[in-house]
Design a binder for this molecule. Structure first.
Ligand SMILES: [Zn+2]
Length: 322
């Protein structure tokens, strides 16, 4: 089976310079898995199978593993949106400006949302759609995946835990996440996800989850509709998209409200936190690390919760979440 081969071959060579690293993606997948409604859970387990241990956790890294392969080179530009803003002075995402021809993470989420429920596709195509959604709903929460400046921070050298050879993007993808999991969450993405799920259910995130499902732009006030029915916009997005994709004569990708709102939230952190450091500062300790970790906790928890909501609407008809 091709996926097995690819996963095995690349497990040791996959670069993590351009995405939440494996730990971050796995954490998001495990968070999502624990909030799946019955039909979505059954779909995920059947579709992923034993190759991915029936779970969105391990499966979340596939899209990074294949993007260097000749057969999947086309997918590399789908992991981000190049927001042409000016952090930390001004931050913004604009679909027309930043996502030409829909060839960015915004268009990719819309595309794979329609494909994951397209009964005309074969099993492997549907599995790939799920694997891409699992990954892209994670990447869109990484602030530097919604930033064009200095190639999303890849061209800014940075120090992490005494190592000067890193760059800003890699520190956010991997450096800080790894140190945080080792220091505070038992060293595994499973434990980290368990701890974030507890924060969502009964902890510091409990009061925020309605807002996470509302898809409001951080610069807008929370609409009363979102408070009455959290998830309404997610449901509207998914239903409009699926209904339209079923109409062969009008099968263009509809711009979605939610992924754009998620991208805007991530991008806002580029102005408030991500680019606020001084040259030579060690980003994996001290003030910068202490400011970044709550953002990482929030973004991983939020995107895992949203991934579950997204799949629940597709397979169970509503977000099925508090
Ligand atoms: Zn990625």
């Amino acid at each position: 089976m091709r996926v097995t081969t690819i996963a095995t071959l690349l497990a040791f060579s996959a670069g993590s310079a351009f995405a939440w690293g494996n730990l971050g993606h796995e954490t998001i997948g495990f968070v999502a898995q624990s909030f799946l409604a019955p039909n979505a859970l059954s779909f995920v387990q059947t579709t992923l199978g034993s190759v991915w241990n029936f779970s969105l956790g391990p499966a979340a890294i596939w899209a990074d593993e294949v993007k260097g392969e000749t057969a999947f080179k086309w997918s590399a530009n789908l992991h981000f949106v190049d927001a042409e803003d000016n952090p930390p002075t001004s931050c913004s995402v604009n679909e027309q400006r930043d996502c030409a021809n829909n060839l960015c993470i915004l268009g990719a989420i819309a595309n794979y949302t329609t494909r994951v429920v397209d009964t005309k596709l074969d099993d492997e195509q549907i599995m790939e759609a799920l694997l891409f959604l699992d990954h892209f709903l994670g990447d869109i929460g990484q602030p530097l995946h919604v930033e064009a400046f200095e190639v999303g921070g890849n061209d800014i050298s940075a120090k992490c835990s005494g190592e000067s050879s890193s760059n800003l993007h890699a520190v956010w993808d991997t450096g800080m996440v790894t140190k945080h999991i080792d220091q505070s969450h038992g060293g595994t993405p499973q434990q980290y996800a368990t701890d974030l799920v507890a924060e969502i259910k009964t902890g510091s995130f409990e009061s925020e989850t309605a807002q996470w499902l509302a898809c409001t732009n951080p610069t807008e006030t929370l609409s009363s509709r979102a408070l009455v029915h959290p998830g309404a916009q997610i449901e509207a997005d998914v239903r409009a998209l699926v209904a339209r994709a079923g109409d062969a004569e009008d099968a263009t990708i509809t711009p979605l409200a939610c992924p754009l709102a998620w991208a805007a939230e991530s991008n806002a952190f580029d102005c408030t936190v991500v680019f606020n450091f001084t040259t030579g500062e060690d980003l994996c300790s001290g003030a910068y690390f202490n400011a970044a970790i709550p953002v990482i906790d929030l973004q991983l928890a939020k995107q895992g919760f949203r991934l579950a909501a997204w799949l629940n609407v597709l397979f169970d008809g509503s977000t099925m979440l508090p």
